[in-house]
Design a protein around this ligand. Structure first.
Ligand code: ADP
Ligand code: TRP
Length: 329
């Protein structure tokens, strides 16, 4: 069975963009692949979260994934820092990663712009750690968004370089994966762009119904169409796109027709959209809260995940150590 792996940094709660863009994919993957999903808490240290925030974020991301249906019996669900084989292999991989190539990555350049007062070495070697995450399970497919393509390119490069340098055939080439389907982009509620944690335009799975209503009712609209079948401006199209993803097809088509006939009342559409989002998120929200309060269950899940992840990681690390020449006396 082929191996699929993906990770997420614990930087905040999951929103409906994460769900329909990424989590939904993972749910399908766990059925048919040898799958690994992990919480990249080492990676999140590059932004210096407080210890309390870090712990809380790890806990919620874990509870949210479980509430969405990620099954720890089917997939290996683990916390990155529970697997000490990862930092050891990362150290070894760092020896064959060059400053020049790391400095040239767009994500590093982006970070320098975004956090000029905290350009730490962890940021520079972020792609090495990410490559290690992937290579340590010899994963072939990595379901990620477009923004991660360059990091994946680096993972291929480091894997190939290692194979070549030590004359081994240890690492397969990992590729980005999307079922051959178009990637879903869930737009935000602020008129343009994608829904994102850092954009301040997201509806979170954990949001209370009242909060969701408020967010949706405040979404950007215009004064309405003036001509039949008029093309929709971006802000309006975004509302329809979200409705298309969350609501029944008939609901979307009903409001679409109203729009095309210049009879649309955005207030009605938003009320319906809020209702449909709440119908989707409410059961998840209850599950998230229940799971997050169940420390014994979370403990069981991460312990089991760490055990499975370490079993696979230690096999690779053993080969890596042998390849570089660490031998017992
Ligand atoms: P955010 O943009 O909220 O910070 P992350 O960068 O942590 O989210 O992304 C986590 C996963 O969710 C990635 O696989 C990413 O591609 C996906 N994702 C994030 N936002 C969206 C969106 N608006 N539409 C579709 N997928 C998304
Ligand atoms: N860099 C990814 C992100 O920001 C998170 C991540 C870390 C990851 N290691 C990974 C994703 C390995 C896939 C595979 O979203």
């Amino acid at each position: 069975m082929e191996t699929v792996l993906s990770g997420i940094r614990p930087t905040g709660n999951l929103h409906i963009g994460n769900y329909f863009g990424a989590v939904k994919n993972f749910l399908k993957l766990q059925e048919n692949y040898n799958s690994y999903f992990f919480i990249a808490d080492f990676h999140s240290l590059t932004t210096h979260p407080t210890p309390a925030d870090l712990h809380n974020n790890v806990k919620y991301v874990l509870a949210e994934y479980l509430a969405c249906g990620l099954d720890p019996e089917k997939a290996t669900l683990y916390v990155q820092s529970d697997v000490p084989e990862i930092p050891e292999m990362y150290l070894l991989m760092n020896m064959n990663a060059y400053i020049g190539e790391l400095e040239r990555t767009t994500t590093f350049k982006d970070k320098i712009r975004k956090q000029p007062d905290n350009v730490n070495a962890g940021l520079l070697t972020y792609p090495v750690l990410m490559a290690t995450d992937i290579l340590i399970h010899r994963a072939k497919y990595v379901p990620v968004g477009k923004d991660q393509e360059q990091n994946l390119e680096m993972a291929r490069k480091f894997g190939k370089r290692f194979n070549h340098m030590y004359n081994v055939d240890l690492f397969p080439e990992p590729t980005a994966f999307n079922f051959g389907e178009q990637l879903v982009k869930v737009p935000g509620l602020d008129g343009s762009g994608k829904m994102g944690k850092s954009e301040g335009n997201a509806v979170y799975l954990i949001d209370e119904p009242k909060v969701i209503e408020k967010k949706v009712m405040r979404a950007v609209t215009d004064s309405g169409p003036t001509q039949m079948n008029q093309e929709k401006p971006e802000a309006i199209q975004n509302l329809f796109t979200i409705m298309n993803i969350v609501s029944e097809k008939g609901t979307h088509d009903f409001f679409n027709e109203k729009y095309n006939n210049c009879e649309i009342r955005y207030g009605d559409m938003k009320k319906q959209l809020a209702k449909d989002i709440i119908a989707f998120t409410s059961p998840l929200r209850e599950q998230i809260l229940e799971i997050a309060a169940d420390d014994a269950y979370l403990h069981k899940v991460v312990t089991m995940g760490a055990e499975k992840a370490r079993e696979s990681a230690s096999k690779t690390l053993k080969e890596v150590r042998k390849a570089v020449g660490f031998r017992r006396f």
